[in-house]
Write a protein that binds this ligand. Structure first.
Ligand SMILES: Cc1cc2nc3c(=O)[nH]c(=O)nc-3n(C[C@H](O)[C@H](O)[C@H](O)COP(=O)(O)OP(=O)(O)OC[C@H]3O[C@@H](n4cnc5c(N)ncnc54)[C@H](O)[C@@H]3O)c2cc1C
Length: 501
């Protein structure tokens, strides 16, 4: 690990003030901590710029002193790398002091946000204004950054689920220190920066997603008018093999846009993990979870093998009721679905998570999932599965086989559009157990290889596996390297992120 030159810290202390830098051993340990199998990755220190100009100052100093940086907005990328850098020694640029909501336009429905603005913060501000607008939130940490999540290809569950898709107009400090405003933001005095995505000329915003060409310092985010009535529906299905039929039932509902939200297909252990921990005492320490015990826990919590959830929006209860009746007929035609109403779901913490996410309400209720096993290990495997029941069932069998071989449960939530679903597989392991950590890493690699061989690549990867995941792609890695040379000639911003060097 290269050490950060003293002159870099001296320069930043002089320009930004002593409170904006921290390279104490406590800070290095805190920012190096993560949940990945191969151990913490210690940064060279931390810097806290308070404005776009200060980010420029940091980037220019990094260029002068050949220091590498690791930008994070709030660093709550839990299970994907947390705050720790992709390579040891990088200086974390934590944008938490840049947490201003510059504007909320309630007529054209957008917000202009600093990267440090959290889901909770925007939700509270919208509430203060009477909740006329609805944001799209994740089911993850409420103190996560809206901008950070969007540029990491994060997603929510409302019709505005595609968080990057809902950004409009970015401000970026490039690796060479220039400030780029994308789309209409490039036009001095333009009043349409956060209204039209594409502007004049090439569309550059995508370059700053899962990349290392710049530090995003501001973004427009579209918001939805909050519907007066939001009614979720849930159907539980008893058997593992119902999964294929579920996927085939969902596909037309989404392709026709009959259901405006995404549909989630959550398996038993994913749900159980939010309210239970692994029952070691019952298994005599054995893993993975035996099927009879899994069934017992399903019964205890009133869930089946799968829970399907979605929601309707309307201006009254009456307007929504026929839609609920329609999806009931649709799912119940399978002969397997059990309906759980919005009101019943509110009483069960497992289901309440879905009510919150479909109404754009940040929730912490899913976070205990990470305590399913002790020891604080978590890596999220996130492949894409097409919305075809027979293929989805093949994927289910493949995941179950590989996870079980390495001693892990199949924990999953499929987040479904009409064509494809993001198959969330949090791999929760005891990081304090060296053998289990090694098995987790091997299991992740086996999953990655099996899915790639079957033709289903990843959409997002924990930092420890980004380089390997990216190496499976053709041409894109070389094009990214070419772009890196132009936009960040000294490679100061996060070299190695998503394999881009
Ligand atoms: C139980 C649970 C549920 C979850 N549910 C969801 C979910 O529903 N949807 C979802 O998307 N995620 C989910 N997550 C994953 C993750 O916790 C969230 O995506 C979280 O919002 C990401 O952290 P952040 O927003 O603080 O981003 P950050 O950690 O700040 O950023 C993410 C990455 O983007 C880059 N980056 C961030 N800011 C900048 C910047 N300004 N300039 C350049 N690069 C930058 C960095 O490389 C960073 O590692 C979940 C996690 C858990 C534990």
């Amino acid at each position: 690990m290269t050490t950060v030159p003293k002159a870099f810290w001296d320069e930043l202390r002089g320009e930004l003030g002593a409170e904006a830098i921290d390279f104490s051993s406590a800070a290095v340990a805190d920012y190096g901590a993560n949940m990945m199998p191969s151990g913490d990755r210690l940064p060279g220190g931390v810097v806290y710029p308070a404005s776009t100009a200060e980010v420029q100052t940091v980037v220019r100093a990094a260029n002068r002193h050949r220091v590498t940086l690791w930008p994070i907005s709030t660093g709550r990328n839990v299970g994907i790398g947390e705050k720790s850098p992709v390579r040891e020694g990088q200086v974390v640029v934590h944008l938490r002091r840049m947490n201003k909501i510059h504007e909320i336009d309630e007529t054209l429905c957008f917000a202009d946000l600093d990267p440090g603005v959290t889901f909770k913060q925007l939700y509270e501000e919208l509430g203060r204004r009477g909740h006329k607008l609805m944001m799209s939130s994740t089911s993850g940490p409420t103190d996560g950054s809206i901008v950070g999540n969007a540029i990491d290809k994060g997603a929510g569950y409302t019709p505005y689920f595609d968080h990057f898709g809902m950004t409009c107009g970015l401000e970026v400090v490039l690796g060479d220190g220039r400030i780029l405003r994308t789309a209409d933001g490039a036009s001095p005095g333009a009043k349409t920066w956060h209204l039209v995505k594409y502007g004049l000329g090439p569309f550059l915003d995508g370059l700053f997603v899962q990349s290392n060409f710049g530090i995003v310092t501001r973004a427009g985010m579209w918001l939805m008018p909050r519907p007066p009535v939001i009614r979720a529906f849930i159907f539980t299905f008893p058997d593992d093999d119902d999964f294929g039929a579920i996927i085939d039932l969902i596909r037309p509902l989404k392709l026709n846009n009959l259901v405006p939200t995404l549909l989630k297909v959550t398996n038993d252990v994913y749900s159980l993990g939010t309210v239970e921990t692994y029952p070691y005492a019952r298994t005599g320490g054995r893993t993975p979870l035996p099927d009879d015990l899994r069934r017992e826990l399903q019964r205890k919590h009133g869930i089946g093998s799968w829970s399907v959830s979605g929601a309707f929006y309307g201006d009254s209860e009456e307007s929504v009721r026929p839609m609920i009746e329609r999806v009931r007929r649709h799912f119940e035609s399978s002969g397997k679905a059990r309906y759980v109403s919005h009101e019943q779901a509110r009483e069960n913490p497992i289901f309440r998570i879905h009510l919150d996410t479909f109404s754009g309400t940040p929730t912490e209720e899913e976070m205990p999932l990470h305590d399913w096993r002790p020891g604080g290990g978590s890596i999220w495997f996130l492949p894409t599965t097409p919305m075809i029941g027979s293929i989805a069932n093949q994927h289910q069998r493949m995941s179950r086989r590989i996870l079980s071989h390495y001693g892990f449960e199949f924990i999953t939530e499929y987040v479904c559009t009409g064509r494809a679903s993001r198959a969330l597989h949090p791999l929760i392991f005891n990081r304090k157990d060296a053998d289990e950590s090694q098995r987790a890493a091997e299991c992740f690699r086996a999953l990655m290889a099996a899915y790639a061989e079957a033709g289903y690549p990843l959409s997002r990867a924990p930092t420890e596996f980004q380089e390997e995941a990216m190496a499976r792609l053709q041409v894109i890695p070389q094009v990214c390297s070419d772009l890196k040379r132009v936009l960040d000639p000294n490679s100061v911003i996060a070299p190695g992120k998503y394999g881009i060097v």
